[in-house]
Ligand binder design. Structure first.
Ligand code: SIN
Length: 329
């Protein structure tokens, strides 16, 4: 273990035996959402599994709600050792790989089941190593849930969004998606969204029921349109050098804990989102607008042409696997 500790110190790893149950190594897990979300719960499950199975060897400190850093900086944080594991939204990873843009294409992977089929396809599984060249490894994919559109006025048809400002994650696909609506996308970190909505810095945003509820976005947005227009997906990611410095048995324990934690998060994502949708409706703050089939078709007609701008960068194999998983080919 001496060599691991040496490597760990070089990587900026936190060694803090007294603080975290006398473990030889403490790894930090940073994320930006609430502990009550699929990702928050998956991170806690990872901690629990690691500390059961690798007691005395590895402990995990989880930092939710962006307490350690914004996810915009988390890849750099992994590489410089400020943090050792993270689960950012795949939309943020565009600077490292264009392949993940497939997850943002509107109305492509139209349900969590379709996302799951895609991630389990051969092309989907390969995507976990899409950032290998940058020194980052993906351990498992995790579902946040389907995204909805919230706003300060009712959005029933695409033209209702015209001229409105929407906070987005920094993703070219999401820029194109809102520009297709003749709306104005505004890139900003997740931790700033509530303030932007409360101060009327933007008119709306897109997110999962779970994030809209747990971050209290619904209290600042009188309308949510149930568009299910895209999925919010994450991956547990680590720096390759850091991960490979563990002895094989410890690494195997960590890797299986990550897979099980993601599987757990995936198993509760649909129920958590449905429950948070109910709580939002019951709160009385927000009217949830369900689209008629005709209204939904109008959103699809305006947003779907965005695909053609990105298919080349994403690659034919990945697009075909996504279309097959979506049941569209
Ligand atoms: C997240 O769920 O991790 C953040 C999503 C967002 O930035 O909207």
């Amino acid at each position: 273990m001496r060599s691991l500790i040496g490597t760990a110190i070089i990587a900026g790893l936190v060694l803090c035996p007294a603080a975290v149950g006398a473990a030889e190594t403490v790894i930090r897990f940073s994320h930006v959402v609430s502990e009550e979300t699929p990702k928050g719960q998956a991170a806690l499950r990872f901690k629990q599994l690691v500390e059961q199975r690798l007691a005395g060897k590895v402990a995990v400190e989880v930092f939710p709600n962006g307490k350690l850093m914004d996810d915009e900086h988390v890849v750099r944080g992994l590489l410089d050792g400020t943090v050792q594991i993270a689960a950012p939204s795949l939309s943020l990873l565009e600077p490292y790989t264009k392949a993940y843009q497939v997850f943002d294409l509107p109305f492509l992977l139209g349900s969590t089941e379709a996302v799951e089929r895609f991630e389990k396809s051969a092309a989907g599984e390969q995507l976990l190593s899409a950032m290998h060249g940058q020194g980052i490894e993906g351990l498992c994919f995790l579902h946040g849930g389907m995204k909805q559109l919230s706003a300060d006025t009712p959005l029933r048809l695409p033209q209702d969004a015209k001229g409105k400002t929407f906070r987005i994650q920094p993703s070219s696909v999401l820029v194109a998606q809102f520009e297709a609506l003749s709306a104005v996308p505004v890139k900003a970190p997740f931790t700033k969204v509530l303030h932007m909505l409360q101060s009327k810095g933007v008119n709306g945003q897109e997110n999962t029921w779970s994030n809209i509820y747990s971050q209290e976005f619904y209290q600042a947005q009188p309308f949510i349109t149930e568009t299910n227009h895209g999925s919010l997906e994450y991956a547990f990611i680590v720096a390759r050098d850091f991960w490979n410095a563990f002895p094989e048995d410890v690494r195997a324990g960590l890797t299986s804990a990550a897979s099980e934690a993601c599987a757990y998060g995936n198993s509760i994502a649909a129920d958590l989102n449905a429950g948070d949708r109910r709580k939002i409706i019951q709160s009385g703050y927000t009217q949830v607008i369900e689209l008629t089939p005709q209204q939904r078709a109008a959103w699809v007609a305006v947003m779907k042409p965005v695909w053609s701008q990105f298919e080349g960068d994403i690659g034919k194999d990945i697009m075909e696997a996504a279309l097959a998983a979506a049941g569209a080919s």
